[in-house]
Design a protein around this ligand. Structure first.
Ligand SMILES: *Cc1c(COP(=O)(O)O)cnc(C)c1O
Ligand code: SF4
Length: 464
C-alpha cells in the first residue's frame, strides 16, 4: 500500500474517533483533525525500511542503522518522525541522534562483527547469539543497581522495586517496561531487549502497598519503567489507586517518570483513555497527595509541537506539577545555549527545571559522554542566563553507587586544582550536602575516575 493510501485510512479512523470523543466530552479532547492526532504507531528494527523519510539516505547509511539496531534497542513512533526530527538536518539533528542508531554507538570491533555477519546473511539465530554476546560486554546495570537496592518483605526480595534513598521508593510496574520511542542513550535498554533475568518488574501492587505500610519513612513513590505511560489508564490506575488507600497517609508524593509528554503527547490529549488518565491525576490531587509529573526533556525542540503544548496545559489543569530532568549528552545537548533555551521554555510553559544528569556508565556511553569539567562549564554557562525561577535545576549530577553526586564547582585550594563535589542524595543520609574534593582531572567522565584531593587516601564515604 502506498503512503497516501495508508494516510487516507488513518484519517478516516481519526474522524471516527473524533466524533466519538466529541459526543463524550464536548469536544475538548480531539477537536482538530491533524496528522498529529493519528493513533499511535511505532516502527521497530525490522520495520526500518518502512519509514519513508529514510528513503533519502544512502544504502550504506541504512545498512549502518541496521547493524547498530541489531544490538541496541530501536523503536520510534510517528510523532517523533513527523513532528520532532528535522529531516533537512540529518545526521546532526539532535532528535534524530536521540532516536536513531548511529555508527559510533558501537565500538569498531562490535560493529564489524555484526556487520560481517549481516553481509554474509547470517541466520536469525546467529544474529541473536552475537547480539547477546555484544550486549553482555556492554554494561546494562551500572552502579550495582540491580543487586544493591532491592527491598525485602519478610526476607523475600521484592522484584520490581528499588529502595535506595530513605524517602523514595522506585516502582517498576511489569506492564510499563517499554516506551513509546526508545532513546539511544538510555541505560534501561537491557529491559527492552527481552532479557528476562535483567528485568526489574512486578505485577504486584499489593506487595508495594505492604512494603510501604511497614516503611513509614517513605514519602515518595516514583513509578517508572521503561515508561509507565505506555500502560492503559486502567492498568496504571490500579497501581495508583492502591497508593490512595488507608494506611498510606505517609505517602505524600506520587511521582511518574515519563518521556511521553514530548515523545507521545497524544497520551494526554487524543488517546482513547487520555481523559481517564487526567481524571486519575485529579483524583490523586483531591486525595491530598501530590501528583509529581517528572518529564524527561533532552532538548527544547521536543516542546515545540502544538500537541505537546496541549498536553502540558491539560496536565497542569489537573493541579499536577510538571518537573523536567535530562542527561547531558554529546551530539544532542552538549552546549550551554541549548540548556538555556530548554530551561527558559520549560519555565514559560509552567514546568519546573529539576535535574541535569551526567550520562552514566553504560551501553553507548562512549558516544554520548562528556568530561565532567565540560559538563560543569555547560551547566554554569547555561544557568547564568536564566531567571532565578529556573535556577531550581541542580547538576550536573552523577547517579552513582553511593548516591547522587553533584559537581558543585572547579576551583583551586592551597595551590591544588580541584572539583568541589557534594551529595544531593546519598545511601547514607548523613552524607547529604557534605562537601568534598577531588583532584581535578580533565579526562574524568564519572565518579570512579576521580581521586581524592590533597593527597588523601580515600573519600569520606569510602570504607577503609
Ligand atoms: C534520583 C533517584 C531518586 C529520587 O531522588 P530525588 O532527589 O528525590 O529526586 C530515588 N531513587 C533513586 C535510586 C534515584 O536514583
Ligand atoms: S523514554 Fe526513558 S526509559 Fe524509555 S528509552 Fe527513553 S530514557 Fe529510556
Amino acid at each position: 500500500m502506498g503512503r497516501d493510501a495508508s494516510r487516507f485510512i488513518d484519517v478516516k479512523l481519526v474522524a471516527l474517533q473524533t466524533r466519538e470523543a466529541r459526543s463524550r466530552d464536548g469536544g475538548d479532547r480531539a477537536n482538530t483533525l491533524t496528522p498529529s492526532s493519528l493513533p499511535f504507531k511505532a516502527f521497530s528494527e525490522s520495520q526500518l525500511a518502512q519509514i519513508p523519510q529514510l528513503n533519502s539516505l544512502s544504502d550504506e547509511q541504512r545498512f549502518v542503522m541496521q547493524v547498530v539496531a541489531k544490538v541496541l534497542p530501536f523503536r520510534v513512533n510517528r510523532h517523533v518522525i513527523d513532528e520532532l526530527i528535522d529531516w533537512q538536518n540529518i545526521p546532526d539533528d539532535p532528535i534524530f541522534q536521540l532516536s536513531f542508531p548511529q555508527r559510533g554507538m558501537l565500538s569498531d570491533s562490535h560493529f564489524d562483527r555484526m556487520a560481517s555477519l549481516l553481509r554474509r546473511n547470517g541466520s536469525k539465530a546467529e544474529i541473536k547469539a552475537l547480539a547477546t554476546d555484544i550486549r553482555a560486554e556492554l554494561n546494562p546495570h551500572p552502579a550495582g543497581q540491580q543487586e544493591d537496592n532491592v527491598p525485602q518483605l519478610d526476607g523475600a526480595p521484592l522484584a520490581g522495586m528499588q529502595h535506595k534513598y530513605d524517602e523514595t521508593v522506585l516502582f517498576f510496574p511489569s506492564q510499563g517496561q517499554t516506551c513509546h520511542s526508545y532513546c539511544t542513550f538510555c541505560f534501561r535498554w537491557a529491559q527492552f531487549v527481552g532479557d528476562k533475568a535483567l528485568k526489574f518488574a512486578s505485577s504486584e501492587a499489593w506487595q508495594l502497598g505492604a512494603y510501604l505500610r511497614r516503611n513509614r519513612q517513605v514519602s515518595d513513590v516514583l513509578i517508572t519503567g521503561g515508561d509507565p505511560m505506555v500502560m492503559k489508564t486502567k492498568t496504571f490506575a490500579s497501581y495508583v489507586d492502591a497508593l490512595l488507600e488507608p494506611g498510606l497517609e505517609h505517602i505524600q508524593n506520587i511521582r511518574i517518570g515519563t518521556k511521553a509528554l514530548t515523545f507521545w503527547p497524544q497520551r494526554f490529549v487524543t488517546d482513547r483513555d487520555a481523559d481517564d488518565l487526567l481524571r486519575l491525576f485529579e483524583r490523586v490531587m483531591a486525595s491530598g497527595k501530590q501528583l509529581a509529573f517528572m518529564a524527561h526533556l533532552n532538548h527544547w525542540r521536543e516542546l515545540e509541537p502544538e500537541m505537546c503544548r496541549r498536553a502540558i496545559s491539560r496536565i497542569r489543569n489537573t493541579g499536577a506539577v510538571i518537573r523536567a530532568q535530562a542527561p547531558l549528552l554529546r551530539h544532542i545537548n552538549d552546549n550551554a545555549e541549548t540548556w538555556t533555551t530548554l530551561w527558559r521554555k520549560e519555565l514559560g510553559l509552567g514546568i519546573v527545571p529539576y535535574y541535569m544528569f551526567v550520562e552514566r556508565d553504560t551501553g553507548a556511553r562512549r558516544y554520548f559522554e562528556v568530561p565532567l569539567h565540560r559538563a560543569y562549564t555547560i551547566y554554569r554557562e547555561a544557568i547564568r542566563h536564566v531567571s532565578g525561577l529556573a535556577r531550581t535545576v541542580r547538576g550536573p549530577s552523577m547517579s552513582a553507587g553511593p548516591g547522587k553526586v553533584e559537581i558543585h564547582g572547579i576551583t583551586e585550594i592551597a595551590g591544588e586544582k580541584v572539583f568541589a563535589l557534594r551529595f544531593i542524595q546519598a545511601r547514607n543520609t548523613d552524607w547529604v550536602q557534605r562537601p568534598f574534593f577531588a583532584r581535578y582531572d580533565e579526562n574524568a567522565t564519572w565518579l570512579n575516575h576521580l581521586e581524592p584531593a590533597f593527597g588523601e587516601k580515600r573519600f569520606f564515604f569510602q570504607d577503609a
